[in-house]
Design a protein around this ligand. Structure first.
Ligand SMILES: Cc1ncc(C[n+]2csc(CCOP(=O)(O)OP(=O)(O)O)c2C)c(N)n1
Length: 514
């Protein structure tokens, strides 16, 4: 057995049984090994940003790492933006990056690059295999590193000769570390604050936004009068009818300051202290009201479910005490297409168990209220702010959950970065309905221009913010990658197209012209 096969067997035995790939010559032995080893589902992606974004979506929905297969420094480089997003989402991921044979590196062949240097800023763990006899053990170490709570990016660099030389077979499955439980001090401290009667917010993210954990937070809120809120962006938020409702901190810094203003105490449950997305002249970076104090119940890597359960006991929260979202769907709208009418269509038709990959940028800012009473669903955000995640994220979520409908809400500007994901969706028959908000602009940046104080944009500046001339034809682009598609210009036709997309088992795209 060669090193590549020992690595693939180690991955499969270690529970890593999906690989998103874009290979080259140096990865040929890994690719060949895929045919000899049962149990690895391999999906080709036509750009590496799709590879890394899909692995992120897969990990968010399964809690375990997918592997990626990338071609030397440039292939890894193409994957970097969505690796950045994945790292901010704290997902587990095992990257396998091919490298020249160890003896070939010194000749500076065209693809020679500082792979470790490219990997380090977007990885929590980086290792170059030293040879075929240790590559399986390195793979096992990578799985353990990726799986360390709350989830890490592990990048294993695989020189071609460590793939083709003889190995000693697969390495044993590593021990996956458990989440640590929080010390009693954190529980008693939080309970004391909650009993003080001062206006208090529980700010949640990570595990705390999974339905059963959220229920504990809801019980604490009901018992103490505290309120709940989620971070502005979250890896996976479980919401809908019958679940404890939570809103997110708004993106716009002034709005965020306003919603946080009433609280005297903010208890962080996995969440970070909130900061503005950017600095703006004359505005604070930290989103904190005067006199508000932050307290930490648990870190993201710690066991939020255990911490909230203990806190619920400490404050005497009743079982079944949480206030949950009542079911309710808006009426199907007619007339103009805008953020509200789109939200109404989503709220009216969102199927039970849907997974929403949200990169809707400005169009989607108001989608939460009208979708709150839809049947239970999961909502995934871009955590790293690097656009071009939505379609890959949806692709990975669909691979993870083949029995659930995935809905990708996508800005047209963001969508253009990684639309190759549509081809992978078509090839694998993935059940994704993509809605592209074709406002023909980088609308968010129009607002940012004013927010940073750059006034009176002229023709040249506006040309950098509009993506018209020519208008993008999303129907043709989707069709060209094997995905059925339609274009809508009013709310009623969006209702029909969205319903049609949901009926298709497989990918479908709707261009919503705004
Ligand atoms: C990788 C990367 N490049 C550029 C940006 C800057 N940027 C932020 S939002 C945006 C445009 C988003 O346009 P679109 O998806 O159409 O949404 P809209 O603003 O129109 O709602 C750009 C270019 C970014 N965040 N990430």
């Amino acid at each position: 057995m060669n090193g590549a096969e020992s690595l693939v067997r180690t991955l499969v035995q270690g529970g890593v049984n999906v690989c998103f790939t874009n290979p080259g010559t140096s990865e040929m032995h890994f690719v060949a090994a895929l045919d000899r080893v049962e149990g690895m589902n391999c999906l080709l992606c036509l750009f590496e940003g799709v590879v890394s974004g899909a692995a992120d979506g897969y990990a968010r929905m399964t809690g375990k790492p997918a592997s990626t297969l990338l071609h030397l420094g440039p292939g890894l480089g193409n994957a970097v933006a969505n690796l950045h997003n994945a790292r901010k989402a704290n997902v587990p991921m095992v990257n396998i990056v091919g490298e020249h044979a160890t003896y070939h590196v010194e000749y500076d062949a065209p693809l020679t690059a500082d792979i470790e240097g490219i990997a380090r800023p977007v990885s929590d763990w980086v290792k170059t295999s030293r040879g075929a006899r240790t590559v399986a053990a390195d793979g096992a170490e990578a799985i353990a590193a990726a799986s360390a709570p709350p989830g890490q990016i592990a990048t294993l660099i695989l020189p071609a000769n460590s793939a083709w030389d003889d190995s000693e077979g697969p390495a044993p499955t590593p021990v996956i570390p458990e989440r640590a439980t929080v010390a009693e001090d954190a529980i008693t401290g939080a309970a004391e604050i909650l009993r003080s009667g001062a206006p208090t917010l529980l700010l949640l993210t990570g595990q705390a936004l999974y339905a059963h954990t959220l229920d504990l937070a809801g019980r604490i809120a009901a018992a103490t009068g505290a309120e709940l809120m989620a971070q502005g962006a979250n890896a996976r938020l479980q919401r809908g009818a019958g679940r404890v409702p939570v809103n997110r901190i708004p993106f716009v810094a002034d709005q965020a300051l306003a919603v946080l203003a009433p609280y005297r105490n903010i208890i962080l449950v996995g969440a970070k202290e909130p900061v503005a997305f950017f600095a703006y002249p004359g505005k604070p970076s930290k989103l904190e009201a005067e006199g508000c104090e932050f307290h930490r119940l648990c870190e993201l890597a710690e066991d939020a479910e255990d911490a909230l359960a203990r806190l619920a006991d400490a404050v005497g929260a009743k079982p079944d005490g949480a206030a949950v979202q009542q079911p309710g769907r808006p009426d199907l709208p007619t007339g103009e297409l805008n953020s509200d009418s789109i939200a109404a269509v989503l709220g009216a038709l969102l199927p039970e168990g849907a997974i929403v990959a949200d990169e809707s940028v400005t169009t989607g800012r108001g989608f939460y209220p009208l979708t709150a009473g839809a049947p239970p669903h999961d909502w995934l955000n871009n955590m790293g702010g690097s656009i071009g995640l939505g379609m890959p994220l949806a692709t990975g979520a669909a691979v993870a959950c083949p029995d659930r409908k995935v809905i990708c809400l996508e800005g047209d500007g963001s969508g253009m970065y990684t639309l190759q994901a549509l081809w992978t969706q078509a090839r694998a028959g993935l059940d994704v309905t993509t809605v592209v908000f074709a406002n023909r602009s980088y609308r968010i940046l129009m607002g940012e221009l004013a927010n940073v104080g750059a006034e009176n944009p002229g023709r040249k500046a506006l040309d950098m913010l509009n993506i018209d001339r020519p208008d993008l034809d999303w129907v043709k682009m989707a069709n060209g990658m094997g995905v059925e598609a339609s274009r809508v210009t009013d709310a009623q036709s969006f209702c029909h197209a969205f319903a049609a997309g949901l009926d298709v088992v497989g990918p479908y795209l709707i261009e919503v012209v705004l």
